[in-house]
Ligand binder design. Structure first.
Ligand SMILES: Nc1nc2c(ncn2[C@@H]2O[C@H](COP(=O)(O)OP(=O)(O)OP(=O)(O)O)[C@@H](O)[C@H]2O)c(=O)[nH]1
Ligand SMILES: [Zn+2]
Length: 323
C-alpha cells in the first residue's frame, strides 16, 4: 500500500499526493464509508490501494490525525464535521476596519481546540481610518487574545506587511487560514505565494458582502516556506468539543477562576466568585464573561445531545462498533 496526503478537495474526487510526488485522484473504499460517514479531509494522511483495473486509487485507511479542525455539522443535530487535518498553525483573519470581537472569540476557541499554534491576522490595514486607529484596534485585539497568540496587521497594498505572516508559515509546516468570506484570505495566500493562485472576489458594492469565490480546498506551497490551506465557506462555526479551546481562549477567566471560593464555581451567583468580582471592579468586561458563558453552554449542550444519542443507540440495541 502507498501512503499519501490529501492535497486538494474540490467537487471531484480527493487528490492525493504520494510520497513519490505523484498526484492521484482517489475514491474511498466502501468499507471505510459504510455506516459512519467517514471521509478524508484536506491534510489527511491516507493509505492507498492501487487496483489494476481502475482509473482511480482507493483510500483504504485514514491514518490517525495529529490535529483536526472540528465544528458542529451545520446540517445535523449532533454530528461533528472535520474541515482539515494535520496542520501546525491556525491563522484567523478579520478585517481591521470591521473587527467582530464576538466572532473572534469563537474563532479562537475553535482554533485552540485543535491544539495547533494560533495567530490573528488583521487584514486590509489600508482601509483603516488612521495609524492611531490601527494601533488602537490591534491593542484591543491583543488584549482579547492574550499574550500567547500573535496579532499581525497586513495590507495587500503593502506587500512587506506580509513578511511577518510568512515567518509563521515555516518550512515543513502546514497553516490553515480561517475567516469569513471576503476578509482577504485568498489575497493573503496570493501575496504569500507571490502570484495569483487563488481567485479573489471584488466585494459587491451594494451590500458589501464578499461573493463566494473559493470553492476548493487545496494545500498550497509557499516558496521558501511551508504549506497554506485557505478554508473557504466556513459559514457556521458551531462548537463541537470545545472544553480545552475555551480554557485556552479564555485563559484570563480561567486564571481568575482559580481564586473562586468553590472549585466548581460557574461564576453565576455563587458567593466568593473571583470572576464576578473582577467584573465588578472593572477588570473584566461583562460582555466577555457573557461570551464565555454562552460558548460554555453551547458546548455543554452539544455534549448532552451526544450522550443522549448514544443512550438511545444502546437502548435500541443498535450494533455497537467493536474496537
Ligand atoms: N483595500 C483592500 N482590499 C483588500 C485587501 N485584501 C483583500 N482585499 C479585497 O477584498 C476582497 C475579498 O478578498 P478575498 O481575498 O477574495 O477574500 P477571501 O477571504 O479569500 O474570500 P473567500 O474566498 O470568499 O473566502 C477582494 O476584492 C480583495 O481585492 C487589502 O489589504 N486592502
Ligand atoms: Zn466563580
Amino acid at each position: 500500500m502507498l501512503e499519501g496526503q490529501v492535497v486538494k478537495l474540490d467537487r471531484g474526487y480527493p487528490l492525493v499526493r504520494t510520497e513519490a510526488g505523484d498526484e492521484l485522484r482517489c475514491k474511498h473504499a466502501t468499507a471505510l464509508v459504510k455506516g459512519e460517514k467517514v471521509r478524508a479531509v484536506i491534510g489527511d494522511r491516507v493509505l492507498l490501494d492501487i487496483p489494476e483495473a481502475h482509473d482511480k486509487a482507493i483510500i483504504a485507511e485514514i491514518l490517525p490525525r495529529k490535529t483536526e479542525f472540528v465544528r458542529k455539522d451545520p446540517t445535523e443535530r449532533a454530528l461533528p464535521q472535520v474541515l482539515a487535518a494535520n496542520f501546525d498553525t491556525v491563522l484567523i483573519a478579520q478585517p481591521i476596519a470591521d473587527v467582530n470581537l464576538r466572532r473572534l472569540e469563537r474563532e479562537l476557541v475553535l482554533a485552540h481546540e485543535t491544539g495547533a499554534d494560533v495567530a490573528v491576522i488583521l487584514t486590509k490595514a489600508d482601509l483603516a481610518e488612521s495609524d492611531e486607529d490601527i494601533e488602537r484596534i490591534a491593542r484591543k485585539v491583543g488584549d482579547l487574545v492574550g499574550a500567547r497568540d500573535r496579532v499581525l496587521v497586513v495590507s495587500a497594498e503593502e506587500p512587506e506587511s506580509i513578511d511577518a505572516v510568512r515567518d509563521l508559515v515555516a518550512p515543513g509546516t502546514t497553516t490553515v487560514l480561517i475567516g469569513k468570506s471576503g476578509v482577504g484570505k485568498s489575497s493573503l495566500v496570493n501575496l504569500l505565494v507571490g502570484c495569483e493562485v487563488q481567485e479573489t472576489a471584488e466585494v459587491r458594492e451594494v451590500d458589501g458582502k464578499g461573493r463566494h469565490t473559493t470553492v476548493s480546498r487545496e494545500m498550497i506551497d509557499v516558496p521558501g516556506g511551508g504549506c497554506v490551506v485557505d478554508m473557504p465557506g466556513v459559514r457556521g462555526l458551531g462548537l463541537w468539543d470545545a472544553e480545552s479551546g475555551i480554557e485556552a481562549a479564555f485563559s484570563d477567566i480561567e486564571e481568575l477562576a482559580a481564586s473562586c471560593k468553590f472549585r466548581d464555581c460557574r461564576h453565576e451567583a455563587e458567593p466568593g466568585c473571583a470572576v464576578r468580582r473582577a467584573v465588578e471592579k472593572g477588570e473584566l468586561s461583562q460582555s466577555r464573561l457573557d461570551s464565555y458563558h454562552a460558548l460554555r453552554s453551547e458546548t455543554n449542550e452539544i455534549r448532552e445531545r451526544r450522550e443522549e444519542a448514544s443512550r438511545i443507540r444502546s437502548r435500541t440495541g443498535h450494533p455497537r462498533r467493536r474496537g
